[in-house]
Design a protein around this ligand. Structure first.
Ligand code: FES
Length: 186
């Protein structure tokens, strides 16, 4: 015996226009509440403190190696601080191929990736290997003891000329590891 559904039953299973609007409204409300919760956790998340990875690092200018010297290694911030003839550069250690940490090779004066052999010049330019761009940079601010900003890295992350500030004992370099600048293309 077959059971034939009556047209009245079929209609009862269909959503009415009012019900459909109600569900759509509930879905929109859930989306808005979800987005709000996501945004508030984003703002509530504590920012990295100074001296922590992702925060800023202050290095006295006196600690900057001389031009031609070995770069200063900052292990916590994972960057190298280089004094090039054109100015100071802060180079992110992570290789731009697959993020292995590059090491300084004093014999060739190059940064070398231990994973697949990419090599980078003292100023971070890509020289060889599978990486497709130079080492990324972190912007540097040259800061007086008063907190006054004396100079800043340009938007391309080029070397920061130190000029007369290099003679002052109170000046510091502030490296912002939250603001990475992509290295130059290979
Ligand atoms: S991770 Fe550096 S060359 Fe592959």
């Amino acid at each position: 015996m077959s059971i034939v559904e009556s047209p009245a039953n079929r209609n009862a299973k269909r959503l009415t226009r009012r019900e459909a609007l109600g569900y759509a409204w509930l879905a929109s409300l859930a989306a808005v509440v979800g987005a709000g919760a996501w945004l508030s956790q984003l703002f509530a998340r504590p920012q990295p403190a100074s001296g922590e990875p992702g925060g800023s690092f202050t290095v006295p200018l006196a600690a900057l190696p001389p031009v031609g010297g070995a770069p200063l290694n900052e292990p916590v911030g994972r960057f190298w601080l280089v004094n090039t003839p054109a100015g100071a550069l802060s180079l992110r250690k992570a290789c731009t191929h697959l993020e292995c940490l590059c090491e300084w090779d004093g014999a060739t004066r190059q940064f070398v990736c231990p994973c697949h052999g990419s090599r980078f010049a003292e100023d971070g330019r890509h020289l060889e290997g599978p990486a497709t761009r130079g080492l990324d940079r972190f912007p540097i601010t040259l800061q007086a003891a008063t907190g006054a900003v004396l100079a800043q890295t340009d938007a391309a992350g080029g070397p920061l000329p130190l000029g007369a500030a290099a003679q002052s004992p109170d000046v510091a370099l502030v490296i912002d590891t939250a603001a990475r600048i992509s290295g130059p293309p290979a």
